[in-house]
Design a protein around this ligand. Structure first.
Ligand code: FAD
Ligand code: DLZ
Ligand code: SF4
Length: 511
């Protein structure tokens, strides 16, 4: 240990990575790592119980793992009576305990925490170095350079840059197979008879069981259940989850990426987002393993390209948008939507089977796949005119993988069009027809997906036309909506009135 005191390295709950940038070039003997379980972090929104349990269990295991690698780890538990409850409060106490010469920390994943870190140098009177987060391919400056001067920030062009940069699925200067994107092959509905792999589940050990007890007691009023807790909480378990996905699911990931089936929350999805987001898995390594499956002839190109695009494309791109747009991105509300979030988002109790399935599994597993988030809970919120900020808080609470940098652009931008089209070229509005095509939900529903008006009609149908009519002044100029607006115009006056009355009656029933 240096005579001037150790380097204090706070490690935030989503930085559980053995090769974190703040550890780079530091010898274990010269540093104290600080991990903190905090009221402020467990309480800034009402996180799903399983999300809190996953993060705390992963933090405790990571602390043990780093100790076994020779690091000195100072770990503050949630129920420590002296725990001040905040990052800054706990770093202040650690500064007292260890008299560090300096602080080194990897940048935070959201504006709220970034502001805290930026305060530390003045607060503690010692040098504070904030290191870029090297877990991402594209840093803030590179994204800024890419975005500079572009009229539209389309993910597809950004993604091509990332393909070139990583060499993933490249054939010299060209994309493997001649096309950059095989999404057209990836829209098959699922058949209920499909043979589906079982998701891998990890049995909680003693450490995790202690966390589950703590969470059950302390967060009883938070949404969600702990009964189905199955998360990997160590690096080794996360690698096993990765292997399971690569061997059992990846080959059919593309075909059924957009499909939805009653009672089948997971299909061929990877379920790896919680591990990527806290640092238990490395995104680039995962993509290289997926590419290997293609090169070895074990998974088709449409599946592997589709999967890699989600990670080096969408995941990097939404992070770029989040940091580029600034802290007030969260306040945008282009369509002026103001309805309160219906209570059934926290209970799943609604006659709309698609929503009760997507929300029910969310409360059980802290998981829903992308199309459920986008085209079921998201599209309903959009059509019903729910306040995008309330939806943002809901998504941030209920998913085990939810952190603002990734959740906010997906919710506010992609799903709610609340940024006016910065992220999505048109709103993801759809009638019941889309859900009927991509799922078996409508066959189990008390509503009739073919009917447009009346008490038994699928609410998505009238809401879809009402959404277009209600927002005509803001959306009419969108070229991608020209067709639906032409169809709306051609409708007889009586039909238009019936659709809008049906939508109004339904919306009133929500209040
Ligand atoms: P898979 O379908 O197996 O996809 C593989 C990986 O690709 C994911 O693990 C994820 O890392 C990445 N990915 C896929 N889609 C996206 C996307 N649109 N943006 C960024 N990365 C993507 N993802 C989060 O990780 N955290 C969130 O808080 C989050 N909130 C969302 C909110 C809304 C409204 C929507 C529409 C999407 C959100 N997503 C979020 C993106 C996506 O739904 C999840 O990443 C995915 O469902 C996680 O499940 P999976 O690991 O099985 O993903
Ligand atoms: C999400 C979360 C939760 C629920 N609890 C903690 C915690 O107790 N301690 C901690 O260090 N981090 C936690 N996190 C993750 C942080 O909220 C996350 O690191 C910040 O949002 C910055 O990205
Ligand atoms: Fe959802 Fe409508 Fe289908 Fe019912 S009929 S499951 S409400 S889309």
């Amino acid at each position: 240990m240096s005579e001037r005191g150790p380097i204090l390295i706070p490690i935030l709950g989503d930085q559980l990575c053995r090769s974190l940038s703040s550890l780079d070039g530091v010898e274990p003997d010269d540093a104290v790592l600080l991990l903190m379980e905090l009221d402020e972090e467990t309480g800034y929104v009402r996180h799903h119980k399983a999300k809190i349990a996953f993060i705390l269990a992963a933090m405790r295991h990571h602390a043990g793992d780093m100790r076994s690698r020779g690091w000195t780890v100072d770990y503050v538990k949630l129920d420590d009576p002296d725990n001040s409850g905040s990052f800054s409060g706990e770093v202040a106490r650690a500064v007292e305990r260890h008299a560090p010469s300096r602080i080194r920390v990897t940048e935070a994943g959201e504006w709220r925490v970034r502001a805290m870190l930026e305060d530390w140098e003045e607060k503690f009177g010692i040098p504070v170095e904030i290191c870029p987060d090297a877990r991402f391919l594209c840093d803030h400056r590179e994204f800024g350079n890419w975005a500079e001067g572009r009229k539209q920030l389309r993910m597809e062009y950004f993604y091509r840059e990332m393909r070139r940069k990583t060499g993933l699925l490249m054939d010299g200067d060209d994309p493997e197979g001649g096309k950059w994107n095989y999404d057209r092959d990836n829209r098959k509905p699922a058949d209920p008879d499909l043979f589906l792999p079982k998701p891998i589940a990890f049995r909680p050990d003693e450490t995790t069981r202690a966390v589950l007890d703590l969470v059950a007691e302390r967060f009883a009023d938070h949404p969600g259940s702990l009964d189905h807790f199955r998360f990997a909480v160590t690096h080794e378990e996360a690698l096993r989850a990765r292997r399971h996905f690569l061997d059992e699911c990846l080959a059919r990931f593309g075909d059924y990426q957009d499909a939805m089936l009653t009672g089948e929350p997971f299909l061929y999805h990877s379920l790896l987002s919680p591990y990527l987001n806290v640092g238990l898995l490395d995104p680039l390594d995962l993509c290289r393993e997926a590419e290997k499956k293609y090169r070895d002839g074990e998974a088709p190109l449409n599946a592997v390209e589709g999967f890699i695009r989600q990670i080096i494309g969408w995941r990097e791109y939404v992070r770029g948008i989040y940091w580029r747009e600034g802290p007030d991105y969260a306040e945008r509300n282009f369509l002026g939507a103001a309805r309160d979030l219906p209570d059934f988002y926290y209970s799943g109790e609604t006659d709309m089977h698609c929503l009760s399935e997507a929300i029910g599994q969310t409360l059980d597993h802290a998981y829903a796949h992308h199309i459920q988030r986008l085209m079921i809970t998201g599209t309903f919120g959009l059509l019903a005119g729910i306040d995008p900020h309330q939806l943002h808080i809901w998504y941030l609470e209920v998913y085990a993988d939810a952190y603002e940098w990734i959740e906010l652009p997906n919710t506010l931008g992609m799903s709610q069009f609340a940024d006016g089209g910065l992220l999505a070229s048109k709103p993801y509005a759809a009638s019941g027809n889309y859900i009927n095509k991509m799922s078996d939900y409508c066959g189990h529903c008390r509503y009739d997906v073919k009917a447009r008006t009346g008490e038994d009609a699928c609410p998505f149908n009238a809401l879809y036309w009402d959404f277009l009519a209600r927002n005509e002044d803001k959306l009419r100029g969108n070229r991608r909506l020209a067709m639906p607006y032409r169809t709306w115009e051609k409708k007889a006056k009586g039909e238009k009135i019936a659709l809008r009355n049906s939508a109004r009656a339904f919306l009133e029933s929500l209040d």
